[in-house]
Every structure is written in structure tokens, then in C-alpha cells.
Design a protein around this ligand. Structure first.
Ligand SMILES: *Cc1c(COP(=O)(O)O)cnc(C)c1O
Length: 377
């Protein structure tokens, strides 16, 4: 490895996870959520592994992510669910990207693009069943349905999906889960009555957490992100046999002895009680190593767990090795699957009070993604 740091992505682990999730989904189709650069794993190689593992569809947040997939030669169906006024809808339709609409305003904007391009817009109608994020709340749902039916009759849109999203699927037993399922069922019933729920319409609500715990929420398709990357959607319930795909490593830039009383890094949060050896690792908060990890998160260095020493800087952090030996150029593992004694992404998330989604998606563009095709067997 010649670069200061790398995020190694085990594509065999991704394929393994996807195949396992596909089995768990039963007859439902599996959509791989590849927004945010495939959760920081690198869009195209990761997507390819997901498709090989058995994902039939792809989901992105914004249209530019879907266009990047098409530009990379991906032909699988893609849905983009977060659309802002004035976006490149013509191009999205020309590249056969399915769009989600939460209200009549957006539906009309999509219809305009369809008229301009002469391409029928495959449109997923989103219901807000209790998250208050995207989607049409129950009071507005009939209006969205009737506008969609008019536009479908005109031939400018095709109602391709009817969907919603859970707020608390990762908190098993949370009362909102039942309420959201009921609200979704009611939205589907209204869609059926309006003639908007034809047999080809894909009904989808479940994310990774719901796939693990709510078989009744699978409907026609499951949208899975975090579990595809081998990270548990509900850590309290274990790892579900998933295999973490990403390993983040840095190579030591500098090793030196410093005298007793030396302050380490900005603000001198850490002062050495005796003469010691300090190693400098070339990863910082600009690379997604949160400043909050200062004096908190652990890494594997020289065969032992050690805590980050003092403040994380923009481009680097330090570790106090005591009298242990480490050389410039040696590898430090921040997190990985845990096989070699390194912390997992889950341990990083726990120690920083966050979720693994945030740990992996924040790895910066300066860190090259390197693909390994290791077997997981
Ligand atoms: C990100 C996202 C998902 C995937 O969620 P995971 O918890 O990572 O499985 C599914 N649906 C929508 C709408 C999302 O934004």
C-alpha cells in the first residue's frame, strides 16, 4: 500500500450479505440502497457486487447519484426518492430513472418533464405514514392519488410504486411501527379504490431493520442499505450473520520519542506522564475521523488496541505507544470486521454515540477505496 490511508472493501462480503438478505426477504425483491457513494464504500464496484449477490433494484437519494450509476453502465432499475424543484428531470427520464413524488407540486413537475421528453415517467407515490419526512400525509393522500390517476390517464406518468418509510424500525416494539403499518395499509386501500394500485405496482416500506424483525412489512420489495454493507441494523439483536465489508487503515507517518510532560495535539488534552513513543497516523476529521473521537476511539496498532491520544486534527491523529515499538509505514487499523482484533465499525459508533451509517458514510474522498475479492467462507 503506497497511500497514507485506505478504505478496503471486501466485495465478497457484500455479495455474501446480499445473498443472505435475499433469502430473508423470501419472495420480495431486494433493492440495494446505494446513496451517499454506497454508504462510503464506493458507488460502482459496490453496486456491481450487490447486483451479483442478488439485488434486483437500486435506490438512491438524489438524481445525480442515479445518473452516476447510469454513466457507469448500470442498467438495473433505479429509484431516486429525494427530488428538489428544478432538478434535471428530463435527463433522469431519458436515463430511465424512476422518480418518487410526495406531493401534487412535484407530480406536476414530473409530468411536465414527461410531456417535454415524450417519456412516460415511472413514478413511485410516497405516503407519509408517520415519519414527517418525505411523503404525503394521510390528509393529502387522496389528492395525490387522484392527480396521479389523471396524469396516468394522460399517459405521462406510470404509477410504478406506492411506498413509505419507517421512523423506528430499529427499535423493535416501538408503538409507531404498528401505527405506520396500519397507516400504510390504509393508504394502499385508498390506492386500490382509486385504481392506482394495479398488479405491477411495487409496494415497499421495509428498510434493513424491518427486514430483520417484521416479515409482515416485506410486501413486494425491501429497501436495504446498512445490512448490505455487513453492519447490523439493530446492534442490540446481534450481527444477524452479516459480515462487515469495510476496513479502514492508515499507515504511520512518523514515530518519535517525546519527553515526560509533553502535551499532545491541539489544546494539550493529553499530557504524557513519562517519556513515551508517539506515532502519527495520517487520517483526520477531514477524512471522517470525527473530532469527537479524540481521546476516545480505539485503533489496532502493533497488535494491540490503543486509544487515539489527544485531539483529532484535520489530517492526522496521534497514538501514545508507551515503550512499544512501531515503525513509520506500519499499518494501523481503525476498524474492520474484527477478525484481527481490530475494533468494528459498531464499536466506533458506540464509543462516539452514533450509528454505523454515520461512521462509514463520512469517510472522505481523500481516502482511496480499494477492492478486495476475498472469500468470506
Ligand atoms: C437509506 C434508506 C433506506 C435504507 O436504510 P437502511 O437502514 O440502511 O437499510 C431505505 N429507504 C430509504 C427511503 C432510505 O432513505
Amino acid at each position: 500500500m503506497a497511500t497514507p490511508a485506505q478504505a478496503r472493501v471486501d466485495l465478497a462480503a457484500i455479495r455474501h450479505n446480499v445473498a443472505q438478505l435475499k433469502e430473508r426477504a423470501g419472495g420480495a425483491e431486494l433493492m440495494g440502497a446505494v446513496k451517499a457513494d454506497a454508504y462510503g464504500h464506493g458507488l460502482l464496484p459496490t453496486t456491481e457486487a450487490m447486483l451479483q449477490g442478488g439485488a434486483g433494484r437500486l435506490g438512491t437519494a438524489v438524481i445525480s447519484e442515479a445518473l452516476a450509476l447510469r454513466a457507469g453502465g448500470v442498467t438495473a432499475p433505479i429509484l431516486s426518492w429525494l427530488i428538489t424543484p428544478g432538478e434535471a428531470l428530463d435527463e433522469a427520464l431519458a436515463r430511465d430513472i424512476e422518480l418518487s413524488a410526495s406531493d401534487v407540486r412535484l407530480l406536476d413537475e414530473i409530468a411536465e418533464a414527461a410531456r417535454r421528453t415524450g417519456i412516460t415517467a415511472k413514478t413511485h407515490l410516497e405516503a407519509d405514514t408517520g415519519m414527517s419526512r418525505g411523503g404525503s400525509p394521510p390528509a393529502d393522500w387522496p389528492g395525490l392519488l387522484s392527480r396521479a390517476m389523471e396524469l396516468q390517464a394522460e399517459g405521462v406518468i406510470d404509477i410504478t410504486g406506492i411506498w413509505t418509510h419507517f421512523a423506528c424500525a430499529d427499535i423493535p416494539g416501538h408503538p409507531s411501527i404498528r401505527r405506520q403499518l396500519e397507516t400504510y395499509e390504509a393508504a394502499l386501500k385508498l390506492a386500490e379504490q382509486a385504481g392506482a394500485a394495479g398488479s405491477h405496482v411495487i409496494r415497499h416500506i421495509a428498510n434493513s431493520a424491518a427486514l430483520m424483525t417484521l416479515p409482515e412489512a416485506r410486501f413486494d420489495m425491501v429497501r436495504s442499505g446498512i445490512a448490505m454493507y455487513g453492519l447490523s441494523p439493530i446492534p442490540e439483536l446481534g450481527d444477524f450473520g452479516l459480515r462487515q465489508a469495510m476496513t479502514l487503515v492508515g499507515r504511520v507517518a512518523l514515530v518519535k520519542r517525546v519527553p515526560e510532560g509533553s502535551g499532545v495535539s491541539y489544546g494539550h488534552l493529553h499530557v504524557c506522564e513519562r517519556e513515551t513513543t508517539i506515532a502519527v497516523v495520517p487520517l483526520g476529521y477531514a477524512d471522517g475521523i470525527l473530532r469527537h473521537a479524540s481521546d476516545r476511539a480505539e485503533v489496532l496498532a502493533g497488535g494491540r488496541r490503543r486509544r487515539i491520544t489527544g485531539r483529532v486534527c484535520m489530517d492526522q491523529f496521534m497514538i501514545d505507544l508507551g515503550d512499544d515499538e512501531l515503525s513509520a509505514g506500519d499499518e494501523v487499523v481503525l476498524f474492520g470486521p474484527g477478525d484481527g482484533g481490530e475494533p468494528t465499525a459498531q464499536e466506533w459508533a458506540d464509543s462516539l454515540g452514533t450509528i454505523t451509517h454515520e461512521i462509514v458514510t463520512r469517510i472522505g474522498s481523500r481516502v482511496p477505496r480499494v477492492y478486495e475479492r476475498r472469500s468470506t467462507e
